[in-house]
Design a protein around this ligand. Sequence first.
Ligand SMILES: Cc1cc2nc3c(=O)[nH]c(=O)nc-3n(C[C@H](O)[C@H](O)[C@H](O)COP(=O)(O)OP(=O)(O)OC[C@H]3O[C@@H](n4cnc5c(N)ncnc54)[C@H](O)[C@@H]3O)c2cc1C
Length: 498
Amino acid sequence: MQFDVIVIGSGIGGLVTATQLAAIGAEVLVLERYLIPGGSAGSFDREGYRFDVGASMIFGFGQNGTTNLLTRALEAVNVSLEVIPDPVQIHYHLPNDLNLKVDRDYEKFLQNLIAYFPHERQGIRRFYDECWKVFNCLNSMDLLSLEEPRYLLRQFFQHPLECLGLVKYLPQNVGDVARTYIKDQQLLKFIDMECYCWSVVPADMTPTINAGMVFSDRHYGGVNYPKGGVGQIAQKLVEGLVRFGGKIQYQARVTKIIIENKKAVGVQLANGQIYHAQRIVSNATRWDTFENLLPKQEIPYVEKKWQQRYQKSPSFLSLHMGVKASVLPNETECHHILLEEWEKMADPEGTVFVSIPTLLDPSLAPTGYHIIHTFTPHWFADWQGFSASEYEAKKEEAAGRIINRLERIIPGLDAGLDYLEVGTPRTHRRFLGREDGTYGPIPRRKLWGLLGMPFNRTAIPRLYCVGDSTFPGQGLNAVAFSGFACAHRIAVDLGFSG
Ligand SMILES: Cc1cc2nc3c(=O)[nH]c(=O)nc-3n(C[C@H](O)[C@H](O)[C@H](O)COP(=O)(O)OP(=O)(O)OC[C@H]3O[C@@H](n4cnc5c(N)ncnc54)[C@H](O)[C@@H]3O)c2cc1C
């Protein structure tokens, strides 16, 4: 069968590409290896609880500007989703009693931070105001393919100052910007954590463009939780895709991208089925795309170069818990970050991430109970080579250590446990189809901001990549951006639009 476009994978990057193309009349087929859509943004049900696989702090659901890409992606295929505003992005529990809430209100957040570092009052404001400048540039223009010269030209004539602003920020990292305004070492460590908790690298390796988005949008469109669980975003996109004539097939694991005359022309599934299309899009990671779906020995030179600049980040150890509501202290927030020693921020089991989405949407758990999803970085290599019983024992020990640490912010957690499921890097690899269960690419060393992240076209004609191993990186709103850009580039290449 011949399609205009085949998308391998139904993560948010893949689904945004597919829906954008279906909406303009392209014949699109999405092939998903698992039973449900969403990838790292899926949800699963257990014993009356609905858990999010990964993401739960969601940007991109604002109503204004152009950076609200999840709202826009759903609207493009005539579907919508009720979202619940989160009044606090994160409650940080950090070393030296730095116990701080990032309020949705910008001024309130600044005042909370200034209360800890009054001598840096001016530096704090100047640093975060600079992030707003980045955001305002992005939020004034349509976010489409930077590989499309006519679009770039159009944007330049319509928004010359904003474009020049972005060109200035593109090669910068947050650490350098922060040090221009801030001298206090503790405060700089806090900025490291502000970056690490979504980029999984410190400020020196985090591109300023991404930080501009996160540090400002949390006070603009805000963090919003989709009612019914994060998996609803993918479910709604699939509904829209089908409404516009697109197709999706589950349990359809692509094992090979078919190349003819050096061009990508189709895919082969694990069951031997073959599909052809004019364009092939891979929503799998770059490592999976170029080392597993294509012959590893023929990896293109530009991909080899990319791998010299970027490496796989660690995966996570995840605990999905159902707990008695009585264990949560009054005024507990939805998202928490816990770290006891700054030196351990990027270590395995250093930083602990916590999400309690039932505080926003109680329908995700039986009455009288909450869900808690907590996760912490772990390397795939540390989970290999065990017998089944050793693996189970190691999971139990690791879960015990995390629960002990969480008792500091949720006293009585262990005693209040009703349900516990532990996922390891092996689980992430198995269910998300991501090599080594990685969260995504991270720089091997300090790079020039976002300049090294590849766009959607690849060295192989007619093959595109979308998702977190393309510009601008990890996070749902970021992969949605990548999806908009990928669909735009393909639409132009196929003659659907200019
Ligand atoms: C624990 C955790 C917490 C996170 N928290 C947040 C958060 O709070 N906020 C936020 O914005 N982001 C968060 N993220 C990051 C965010 O979830 C990801 O960056 C994003 O979902 C990645 O989307 P994607 O489209 O690139 O790919 P993926 O989500 O990886 O989807 C790829 C899809 O392709 C399918 N696939 C792969 N290979 C094949 C194949 N060969 N054949 C067929 N199908 C295939 C997979 O099954 C999967 O469905 C978190 C991630 C994790 C793991």
